[in-house]
Design a protein around this ligand. Sequence first.
Ligand code: KIV
Ligand code: ZN
Length: 524
Amino acid sequence: MSNQADDRVIIFDTTLRDGEQAPGCSMTLREKLRVAAALNDLKVDVIEAGFPAASPGDFESVQAIASEIQGPTICGLARCHPDDIEKVAAAVKPAESQRIHVFLATSEIHREYKLHMAKEEIIRRAVAGVQQAKSLCAQVEFSPEDASRTEPAFLADVVAAVIEAGVTTVNIPDTVGYTVPGEFANLFSYLKQNVAGIDDIVLSVHCHNDLGMAVANSLAAVTAGARQIECTINGIGERAGNCSLEEIVMALKTRADYFGIDTGLDTRKLYPTAKLVSTITGMSIPRNKAIVGENAFAHEAGIHQHGVLQNAETYEIMKPADIGIKANSLVLGKHSGKHAFRDRVQSLGFDPSDEELVRAFDEFKKLADRKKELFDADIEAIIMHTGGKQPGPWSLADLSFSSSKKAGAKAEVTLIHNDGRSITASAQGDGPVESVFIALEQATTVTLKLKKFQVNSVTVGEDAQGEVTATAEYNGESYRGHGVSTNIVEAGALAYLEVINRIGRRIESGTPSTGGDKTKTAHI
Ligand code: KIV
Ligand code: ZN
């Protein structure tokens, strides 16, 4: 499509803002920092790190990411309110490259029912917001929310006004996932033709997936001149989600012959990043998900397998290695040393700190004692579950349980607190998992309401590790924990204990919710 060989599209990742805003996807500060580091490794251009005015926790996490992540531009979202804009400016200040993203809805339905504002007032506020942001930060982005349902002529007036006010990027959102590719491309062409100064700013696209067309609509916008794509890892986001980063990046790479536009991303980091976000949020990746789903490169039909063995290109349009998927080969054993372990971890696309590596190696050794064969997926699971985790206050020292039809289920747990206390509690329940959970609650005196209990198998075989994600409610807030073990009940216990530990750390530190743990309400 593009004639310029060096044409480049900016990848603006909003996993930590629009993605994190989705129910069940909230992350703690540490988790956000881990995701931001992975996005940095992936070489995204812009990280939208949060919405600082939404909560003190959001402010803190945007500020922490701006301080720790050097490379990408760090951006924060603001309504066209002076206080929101000041908060973003303060939060992104530590970053080398900073951006304030202001937004205001422009469609008739939003003007009339949400904002109660006439067209002139919308333009006045958008311009004032951009001018204030511009006085605080060189890079300013403006989004006319619900742009795809806004009258095109009015949209053009708004875009012209914010360009005049000094904006550097104008983002055109399909906020409710309503548009279709041809129509959206026409809207971009219309703006290109009718807005003075539009070639001097970056035109951006932001699509939601309500009709399953977020990636297609974003690509259509690129063909009509958009040079920034807003997207999220695994497509997480409000309702049906946002444009999926891995899908759009691989579409541009695989069909470079058609689009002629590069993203500059290290695509070999796509798979580890997708796995990380899935583990952290507990949103599992569907098996048939394009690019990173378990079946994306699996060939079941004999005729396909035969073709792939002769020449992979018969049925494969991308190489698994380009996405960072390694053959699930048998890897290390219990005699492998730390160096071999580190090499393997790095070749899988992870870059843990020394402290994380020591913890992960410890877990690896324990697992190697229990499991006959260790695969890459086992190592991935260890890294996901040990990295970035805050220790304690409680750790699981021992666990026993029994279950029979006649006698029912019983469990006993022994926990050790950071302060040296050791507590043993036993309980009976409806099954071994419930008994363990009740025993954990008794030992820690924290009572939870379990909301979700998800089990995944990390690899195949009867000694495969089980990965459990538990979501539970405490004082009306939602917390998540993960656990992995060859014993599913133990994996459940570790996940539940992680939830209890998160609550314990909050109580001990006396801090209000960081916004990372709780399901947020203060949003757009
Ligand atoms: O979907 C949307 O309109 C948004 C804007 C805030 C960019 O997320
Ligand atoms: Zn959005």
